[in-house]
Design a protein around this ligand. Structure first.
Ligand SMILES: C[C@H](CCC(=O)NCCS(=O)(=O)O)[C@H]1CC[C@H]2[C@@H]3[C@H](O)C[C@@H]4C[C@H](O)CC[C@]4(C)[C@H]3C[C@H](O)[C@]12C
Length: 325
């Protein structure tokens, strides 16, 4: 499972938890403006916006899991196994494969409204990257530095684009159903409840936080969607970058999956391999990993963006403890 969010507090911060039982050798990858993006069915892009994100580089190609461009548009792919359906090539449309979707959009669009326009004529075509890396069933959260976001889902109905009023995406079911399910939790509140169940009966407020008593806490995608929406919608806004990025990681870690809790095969557990976030104004890319929950960062270096060579930064997975004398 995975969770992706856009959190606006002065700047906007966009990223995700990557929850899985295996790693694909992902690292922080900056694609500079002159790296040539070759597409299977579309004309290649020899000059485009620079992209920073988490990717695995295969045959010299950055297979992005999530990332953002230098204009402040971010995009993350999350598992959508079941409802997801990709289509054969359609000669009337722009045929982009799912593994090209992130570079195609982030390479060319500045914000959500440009992305929406571009997606109007798009067909997510069912072509594998390779035998070793077949298609993944994904849906995407796309968000920009204004805080706007949309969800893109390719199902048997076609390519669906939904405005996202909460700026959160997890996994199944389809997005409209996830939103609809929030109705069941409208009474969840940071405040102590008033007694509406048995007016007149004396009910003790025996604990703080009783307004959150009905908040789900499971690993499943519906529970995470509700919990993350509540947590993010009530998040404080910090006074500077340090406070904001600290808040941001608290939001993602609120739905992180600890090892041992989500068994996907006998004795194999899905867990939060990494959490990441880009400041969509400065382009600084932050991340934590399961082993190392100190915040690490890669700053966007403008002097390196007019090049054609990928820049890669291996994940720092060693925990550092701040010992005090
Ligand atoms: C599985 C990952 C999403 C995490 C997630 O939602 N897990 C939940 C699993 S489940 O619901 O509980 O079953 C997705 C996110 C990005 C995906 C990767 C990226 O799309 C990049 C390439 C694309 C290639 O086609 C396949 C390998 C791959 C390297 C993908 C492997 C995998 O599908 C990733 C890593």
């Amino acid at each position: 499972m995975c969770t992706s969010i856009i959190y606006t507090a002065g700047d906007s911060y966009f990223g995700r938890n990557l929850d899985l039982e295996i790693s694909f050798g992902e690292e922080v990858v900056v694609t500079p403006r002159d790296y040539e993006f070759k597409f299977r069915k579309m004309k290649s892009l020899s000059h485009h916006y620079a992209i920073t994100g988490m990717a695995t580089v295969q045959d010299g190609y950055p297979l992005y899991f999530d990332g953002a461009n230098e204009e402040g548009l971010g995009m993350a792919g999350l598992n959508f196994d079941g409802p997801c359906h990709y289509f054969p090539e359609d000669s009337e449309k722009d045929n982009v494969t799912p593994f090209e979707f992130i570079p195609y959009v982030l390479g060319q669009c500045k914000n959500v409204s440009e992305a929406k326009e571009m997606i109007k004529n798009l067909n997510l075509v069912n072509i594998n990257f390779s035998e070793k890396f077949p298609l993944s069933p994904l849906h995407w959260l796309i968000a920009d530095k204004s805080g706007d976001s949309i969800v893109v889902e390719s199902t048997k109905k076609g390519l669906n684009v939904y405005d996202n009023p909460v700026g959160v995406l997890t996994n199944n079911p389809e997005f409209p159903q996830q939103l609809n399910n929030l109705s069941n939790y409208q009474s969840v509140s940071p405040a102590q409840p008033t007694n509406t169940i048995a007016p007149g009966a004396k009910l003790e407020l025996y604990s703080r936080g009783l307004g959150t008593h009905m908040l789900p806490g499971g690993m499943d995608s519906e529970s995470r969607f509700v919990k993350e929406t509540f947590t993010k919608m009530h998040a404080p806004k910090g006074k500077d970058e340090l406070e904001n990025i600290t808040n941001y990681f608290h939001l993602l870690h609120a739905v992180e999956q600890q090892k041992g809790l989500d068994e996907v095969a006998p004795n194999t557990f899905e867990y939060t391999i990494y959490s990441d976030g880009v400041d969509l104004t400065t382009g600084t890319f932050y991340y934590t990993t399961y082993e190392n929950n100190q915040i690490n960062a890669v700053k966007l270096d403008q002097s390196k963006l007019d090049s054609s060579e990928l820049l890669t930064y291996p994940l720092q997975t060693k925990q550092t403890i701040h010992y005090q004398a």
